[in-house]
Design a protein around this ligand. Structure first.
Ligand SMILES: Nc1ncnc2c1ncn2[C@@H]1O[C@H](COP(=O)(O)OP(=O)(O)O)[C@@H](O)[C@H]1O
Ligand SMILES: [Mg+2]
Length: 306
């Protein structure tokens, strides 16, 4: 392991250049996977999980295989199946086995990224646990598949997601390292939105970035909202607002026309990304309208002297 440590420092440095912030999270995830561990990343959507994993696997030159955890993810889907037409012609054989993502990741030494893994059926999780523990899997009529050295299982789960999820047994938790990941601070979110929103440093673009990030963050604090929007909503808000401003000939951010552009962009970019509390007696559009009013009318007025 000591041989790899200087390398690890260089890898961390190169990946950090492609990430906004997340120094600590990157260091911890990288240390866990470099140590040969599997890990669960626990956090809401849009908190850099995929971005970090893509950067790490790209550095290592290994595949990243995505699987979405849901009730339909049977053990056969995860492991693979025999092609039924060929089985009829040729009988079962290793040649007509179609590998699923778990076997592909084991053979290629890739990361199997199982998103929302707590939505998977229990027998699927058991299959996964066995493969993780043994670093191999026995497949009937195929044989034993051994995992290449860099094979890892990365799971993710959303702590705010409780409908349709399985309460994971302690045996599952006992086999995984864990890192909780939250939202980034406002400055980092602005930087991400600036990068992904294609804002070319214009005054109008800068205002859109600041406004989109502020209202997106406000969706996470609104009392009627169970889960607010991630930074993805802010990115889309800026992208949509840019086109709307062009269509409407708006170029001055200190106008009612600009504020109307922002409200419409918020409706399009954010309304599908906020999840109301079951008991809330309102609509998503209404919530966004309140947030818009707070941001553009009430807060600036409060900030004015006198
Ligand atoms: N730290 C970051 N640096 C740069 N871009 C980021 C960062 N975090 C998130 N993003 C961007 O935000 C979006 C969502 O991030 P992603 O990593 O896919 O989230 P997750 O996998 O946690 O849902 C992507 O467009 C990604 O490019
Ligand atoms: Mg993701």
């Amino acid at each position: 392991m000591t041989d790899e440590e200087p390398d690890l420092v260089a890898v961390r440095g190169r990946i950090a250049q492609r990430l906004v912030g997340r120094e600590r999270e990157l260091e911890l995830v990288l240390s866990a996977v470099a140590a040969g561990r599997d890990i669960v990343l626990e956090g809401p959507p849009g908190t850099s999980k995929t971005t970090m994993l893509k950067a790490i696997t790209a550095e290592w030159g290994i595949p990243l295989l995505f699987v979405e955890g849901n009730a339909d993810l049977t053990p056969a889907r995860l492991v693979g199946h025999h092609n039924p037409a060929r089985v009829l012609r040729e009988d079962y054989s290793a040649e007509n086995f179609v590998p699923g993502p778990l076997v592909e990741a084991m053979r290629s030494g890739g990361f199997l990224y199982l998103e929302e893994f707590n939505r998977s059926p229990e027998d699927t999780l058991n299959t996964l646990l066995t493969a993780m523990a043994d670093r191999s899997i026995a497949i009937p009529r195929v044989g034993v598949v051994h995992a290449a050295a860099s094979f890892r299982v990365i799971a993710s789960m959303n702590p705010l997601d409780d409908a349709g999820t399985t309460r994971l047994s302690t045996s599952v938790h006992d086999r995984l390292c864990r890192l909780a990941i939250g939202y980034q601070d406002e400055a980092a979110e602005r930087e991400i939105v600036r990068l992904r929103g294609g804002v070319a440093g214009t005054a109008l673009g800068e205002r859109m970035v600041a406004d989109a990030v502020a209202v997106t963050r406000a969706t996470r604090a609104h009392l009627d909202v169970r889960q607010g929007s991630s930074v993805r909503g802010a990115i889309d808000c800026v992208l949509v607002a840019g086109r709307l401003a062009t269509l409407r000939g708006v170029d001055d951010p200190d106008t009612d026309a600009y504020r109307a552009v922002l409200l419409d962009a918020m409706i399009v970019a954010l309304s599908g990304r906020i999840h109301l509390d079951a008991a809330a007696d309102t609509t998503r559009e209404q919530v966004l309208h309140e947030i818009w009013q707070d941001h553009f009318v009430l807060l600036p007025a409060a900030a004015e002297p006198g």
